[in-house]
Design a protein around this ligand. Structure first.
Ligand code: MG
Ligand code: MG
Length: 271
């Protein structure tokens, strides 16, 4: 069923399939976070993700997406998103953003984390923390009957309150469900109380991308890898989520978001 501007509205049964897909993604990302260390190649990380997703009877949804050649995106340092796994060896002090997706019974999950390789500077830890926290502030601002840009505004306001970070505008979050990328767009910036009404059955992937410098990006000659034009390093976090009468459900979090939403004083459907 579709309502308002082509936004797909899911039944509770369809949301349950999305939760299954989300759990597969959450498990894969958890394995990948543990596997990141100096000396590992991004191709090795890709293999871990693909093996796990298939072992759960799910299918990688990035693989073959507009010709994308891998299961995950691995974006290192000044790469923002859409990096292609390969021979690159991760080194102490790098940041790697890992984006992962899976589909179960036709229903999609999509999430991303940025991970420090070995020990990194306090500045980089703070970059990651601010990016991840801004995503959660976005979820915490979402209410049934509220508006989509409440999420966008909460993300931007949090990032701006924490320092002089670039909030990337060229890439944004999105609706998700029977396809990975669907209406509506979910920007990481803007004023509140605008856009589609947030209703039960809507599912959104929220994914702030912030940098230590510019918001301007280029795409490398591989036609995928997005980099900052000034070489500044970036972080990227993403979860897919939905709103229920009992509270928010973070579909791609192992605990459904219960712990973090409780910290923010927001109801979680799984709490
Ligand atoms: Mg993603
Ligand atoms: Mg996404």
């Amino acid at each position: 069923m579709f309502r308002e501007r082509g936004i797909e509205i899911k039944t509770p049964e369809q949301i349950a399939w999305m939760r299954e897909a989300g759990l597969v993604v959450a498990e894969a990302l958890s394995l990948l976070e543990s596997a990141v260390e100096p000396g590992v190649t991004t191709r090795e990380l890709d293999a871990i993700a693909e093996t796990h997703i298939r072992s759960r009877g799910a299918t990688p949804n990035f693989l073959g997406y507009h010709g994308f050649p891998a299961t995950i995106c691995t974006s290192v340092n000044d790469e923002v998103v859409h990096g292609i796994p390969g021979d690159r060896v991760l080194r102490e002090g790098d940041l790697v953003s890992i984006d992962c997706g899976a589909v179960v019974e036709g229903w999609h999950g999509d999430a991303a984390v940025t991970v420090a390789v070995g020990s990194v500077s306090d500045e980089l830890h703070e970059l990651m923390r601010v990016c991840e926290e801004s995503m959660w502030r976005g979820f915490a601002s979402a209410r049934l009957g509220g508006r989509l840009s409440d999420i966008s505004a909460a993300i931007e306001a949090y990032v701006r309150s924490q320092g002089d970070y670039g909030v990337v505008e060229d890439y944004v979050g999105h609706g998700i469900g029977s396809a990975m990328h669907m209406a509506p767009r979910v920007p990481n910036f803007g004023r509140p109380s605008k856009g589609p009404k947030l209703v039960r059955g809507m599912a959104l992937a929220v994914e702030p991308m912030i940098t230590l410098g510019t918001i301007d990006t280029d795409v490398l000659d591989d036609d995928w890898t997005v980099v900052t034009t000034d070489g500044s390093w970036a972080a990227h976090f993403e979860h897919s989520f939905t709103l229920t009468p009992e509270g928010a459900l973070i579909l791609t979090a192992l605990d459904g978001g219960a712990a973090k939403l409780a910290e923010l004083g927001v109801a979680c459907a799984l709490a």
